[in-house]
Design a protein around this ligand. Structure first.
Ligand SMILES: Cc1cc2nc3c(=O)[nH]c(=O)nc-3n(C[C@H](O)[C@H](O)[C@H](O)COP(=O)(O)OP(=O)(O)OC[C@H]3O[C@@H](n4cnc5c(N)ncnc54)[C@H](O)[C@@H]3O)c2cc1C
Length: 307
């Protein structure tokens, strides 16, 4: 606790916004998660690097948080610090290159691209995350994914205490995977995406079409973290779960969405334990019925791991 207090004092001295005992439920799309001791909210890339340096030298448990749309945090909360990037959101354009800071939302970046009549980001318009979270996950939809457009990524490397640059290839993107998942010491500061000129109205029409499809198929009216499971080789998680008769299956406040079986939703008052138990139940039934192991897409942090 002393290290956290010292870190808080250091951040205050640096003029970086920091709050104490912040309920993570307020900052995740699942609306689940107990309090975290400190939440740091830098307002630009310079403050973000300063925060990460201070956190690293304090030695406390830390995590980087974007919009919290792909995470499940423990009900007990976390003794540690979350560096939340959502205020670090600058977007610039140079010809057909769009650059953004890690906390800019995909929706904002896709909108900027559309306004500049640049195609390539329509798929990302309805994904409710930040650029940093999308690069971590290689987020994608409707045949598009971040790997197709990322030219360069700027990262802060906490081990070497320096800013480094990776090319799209060096990010080792594959389905819902990037090299960031094996490098917790790397935090995305920003990235440059290469897009292609196109007709602005056609881009807008594609964005609206994808959004409409989401509204029709996905349970957007309930808190969730999107697709709970990754797509297994040669199958669709939602279909397997539906074929196992699990639509509407409920543990506590967590429920397999009756609208789309690939989503576990918070149907009211769900705890992280409810969701984790339901995930395990679904995995067990799908393995029994189809011989396929489902791998969660949502990033699950347990209190045990946070210590
Ligand atoms: C309704 C709904 C629909 C969704 N649809 C899709 C979809 O179509 N396709 C899809 O791929 N996903 C989808 N998602 C999941 C989610 O929106 C994406 O994975 C998104 O990219 C996560 O971004 P985030 O900012 O919310 O990340 P968070 O949930 O905050 O974090 C996710 C992971 O990224 C890490 N991270 C965040 N920022 C950084 C950074 N700057 N540097 C390093 N690591 C970082 C975090 O530490 C964490 O491990 C959906 C979610 C919801 C709720």
């Amino acid at each position: 606790m002393q290290a956290l207090q010292q870190l808080e004092a250091k951040l205050n001295t640096l003029g970086i916004p920091v709050r104490r005992d912040v309920p993570l439920a307020l900052h995740t799309s699942f609306h689940i998660g107990g309090p975290i001791t400190l939440m740091v909210e830098p307002t630009d890339e310079n403050q973000l690097v300063q925060s990460l340096r201070a956190v690293k030298s304090s030695g406390v448990f830390s995590l980087v948080l974007g919009r919290g749309s792909n995470v499940l945090f423990p009900d007990e909360g976390i003794e540690g610090v979350a560096v939340r990037t959502t205020a670090v959101r600058e977007i610039t354009k140079d010809d057909n290159l769009v650059s953004a800071s890690c906390g800019a939302t995909l929706a904002e970046i896709a909108r900027e691209a559309q306004k500049s009549a640049l195609t390539g980001l329509e798929f990302a318009h309805g994904i409710p995350g930040t650029l940093g979270g999308a690069l971590y996950m290689n987020a994608g939809a409707y045949g598009g994914e971040m790997s197709q457009i990322v030219r360069t990524v700027r990262l802060y490397d906490a081990k070497r205490n320096e800013v480094i640059m990776l090319t799209g290839e060096q990010m080792e993107f594959s389905y819902r995977h990037s090299c960031l998942q094996a490098h917790p010491e790397w935090t995305v500061l920003g990235a440059t995406m290469a897009l292609t000129p196109d007709d602005g109205e056609a881009i807008e029409a594609r964005m609206q079409d994808y959004m409409q499809r989401r509204r029709e198929k996905q349970p957007l009216e309930y808190p969730s973290a999107g697709s709970t499971f990754k797509r297994p080789e040669g199958a669709f998680a939602g279909q397997l779960i539906e074929q196992s008769g699990l639509k509407g299956c409920r543990i506590g406040g967590a429920m397999v969405s009756p609208k789309h079986a690939g989503f576990i939703i918070n149907a009211g008052g769900a705890t992280a334990l409810d969701v984790r138990r339901l995930i395990e139940h679904v995995r067990m039934v799908v393995l029994r019925d189809h011989g396929i192991e489902l791998d969660p897409e949502v990033q699950i942090l347990t209190a045990h791991l946070a210590r």
